[in-house]
Design a protein around this ligand. Sequence first.
Ligand code: A3P
Length: 290
Amino acid sequence: IAEISQNTQPKPGRLWNPFPHNDHQRPEVSAGGFVVRDEDVITLSYPKSGTNWIKEIINLIHTRGDPSWVQSVVSWERSPWIETPEGLELIEKQKDPRFYTSHLPVQLFPKSLFTSKAKVIYIMRNPRDVIISGYHFHKTLKITRNPNSLEEYFEWFLRGNVPFGSWFDHVGGWLQMRGKENFLFISYEELHQDIRASVEKVSQFLGTKLSPEQLDSVLKNVTFQAMKDNDMSNFSLVPDIHIDHSKACFMRKGIAGDWKNQLTVAQSEAFDKVYQEKMAGLPPGLFPRV
Ligand code: A3P
């Protein structure tokens, strides 16, 4: 991670913990020694890229469209965060196949992943929209510093001075895994363009065959509105000590291209310049401007 803001500086031996409730009662836990199993299903992303959307899809594919799991267990318990002590405890208790999630950059992920056959789904989103979504989300967070304006957050983002560091390093780092058969790269925009084809692609990758009725049920339960209405998925149950729910909604707009309404022309040009410099090695058209 390039630079991490002072408020999110990890304590020695610890990783940044988004939900540190009861932290003082817990033993020191680190994801460093975690052993990935071949049966594991791992969701990876840079924050605000559609992580919870793809998690919901994965969970519903597992239940073959039965919504009872996603409607009765909060999303961070269905697929816990490996970088939190609470998450690690829950993951260790899961039976195979274990489902978990991480925003860790590739160089900080437990090394056992790279020799395992675990199925990894990395979701990416147009970084211009990641900035907008991140700005609104960071206004609500009580556990990091809050941006005073979009201009300020934009600067932090370009410098990688936000939790989990530089978007450019994160995406560029994980994209090195492209071509490995246990990695699936999918984009937020792809989900928007054709959710049916995307769910089929993910279910095929996971080796779960869905009947037409099961597929329809997955689709019905992963719409923006269905997830916004589901308290187990819409983050409304995150305790007030972590999030100020009055400042913004986690299920905010759920659209692609919102950046065009919110970034100035100057910001957009500044972003393009940095993008071209930092992502020069990547195939063109991966995150188109429109
Ligand atoms: P916006 O803030 O642009 O609305 P993450 O889960 O990585 O934190 O990403 C959150 C973003 O994904 C938010 O974007 C949220 O609205 C969007 N999102 C979550 N579920 C969605 C869905 N079912 N359909 C479309 N967008 C969704």
